[in-house]
Design a binder for this molecule. Sequence first.
Ligand code: AHR
Length: 503
Amino acid sequence: MLTSRIVVDRDFVISELDRRVFGTFVEHMGRCVYGGIYEPGHATANKDGFRQDVLELTRELGPTIVRYPGGNFLSGYNWEDGVGPKDKRPTRLDLAWGSTETNEFGTNEFITWCRTAKVEPMFAVNLGTRGPDEARHLLEYCNHPGGTYYSDLRREHGYEKPHGIKFWCLGNEMDGPWQICQKTAQEYGRVAKETAKVMRWVDGDLQLAACGSSQRAMPTYASWEYEVLDHCFNDVDFISLHAYFRNDSNDVKEFFTVIEDLDSFIKEVASIADAVAAKRRSPKRIMLSLDEWNVWYKAHSPSDLRKPGWPKAPPLIEEIYNFEDALVVGGALITMINNADRVKAACIAQLVNVIGPIMTETGGAAWRQTIFHPFAQASRHAHGQVLRAKVQSETFSTKTHPNASLLLSSVIHDEATGTVTILALNRSTTDEMQLDVELRGLGEGRKVALASELHHTDLKAINSKAAPNAVAPKERTDVSIDKGVVSAKLKPLSWNVIVTTPA
Ligand code: AHR
């Protein structure tokens, strides 16, 4: 039996957890919009054509903010195509994904969907084929009350009140050669600065994110972040990070260490942003928006990315998630939460069908993929201040990581309710772990309000339409608490949630 110990103190706080770390992403790609959130002919469709089975699962998943409309799609998108009477909207070639875009769904439909799902929109402006001019027009259309060309156009389109969108991404993955109109760091840094400037002149109450590298493995990684921020440091609030985790060696231990890599990635980007601040002797801190992250490696072949013949909403990158993917997603969430002082927004990519926690059949059922569960549980239970934990745990080693902790954990304290939530991942492939968590200064009279475990004997187990609950959390009643010390046995390869409240 392994033994692990966590000590936290209510006064030792990393940061308040920004609930926007539980964001997700809807791109015009594959069946994410069409056949995912929007399918007018579907048996569950409401008057707006939104699938209510997907809406219900979205509410259960619990995202707080949703990024839209891309992704690579963004860099060729004309936002004007997606507003106004549907029968007048042009059908276009989407060069990013080799698809036909009907524009039946656009800005206003997405805002209506967000209001229905009770999530905040995170919008992105096209800095590929377009620039500051179109960005300011879109912002005027969305956020200006009225009395100008674009704000009155919105009102004409039936949306009297401004949408009030606060969070905007300045382009998408502009360093990538796959991007429509890729840019150098200098080209992008300049246009990001000028776009941010004019957008703030339209609406002074925005949060703006500049594109970081499209992945940590890019040859220009780090120099890209430095140069871009050197141009637009004063004009933006966030730098974005994108991270897709792979299990190419089909070795769960190696796969787990993508979580250590994510931690390094976060700390490196924060350091680079702080180096740019230091050059200016500035106290300003640029925050991190991990606005695309997930496991994605199985559905990654050319035929997963693009289908011949310019189809409408073809199935693209429909990754089927297994149990080990869910463990990695849980570990990634723990890492983001433990970096709550810098990671203030994050979007699991994407919401439905396209590398999504929700899967649907067009015209048929919807179900939860394995990765749905750690996300939904963390979003439901992690509120408040992230505590700085002292963790003792045995370690494991891999070719690339000689000293990785078997236990990964976060402890979050909600001062308003007194709730303390423990998220814990036992990464041992063989051994059960005795976990003791000492909650100092949090009151000895506490009770375990909820304990659950996500475990399966088969790492490759999946959920499907026929077996939608093959991998699902189970409640347990054998977790104890005595004088402020929580004790639990964690199965090998298990994701665990323990919620304690004042008795
Ligand atoms: O989420 C799928 C794609 O991955 C996005 O369009 C792009 O930004 C990233 O490369």
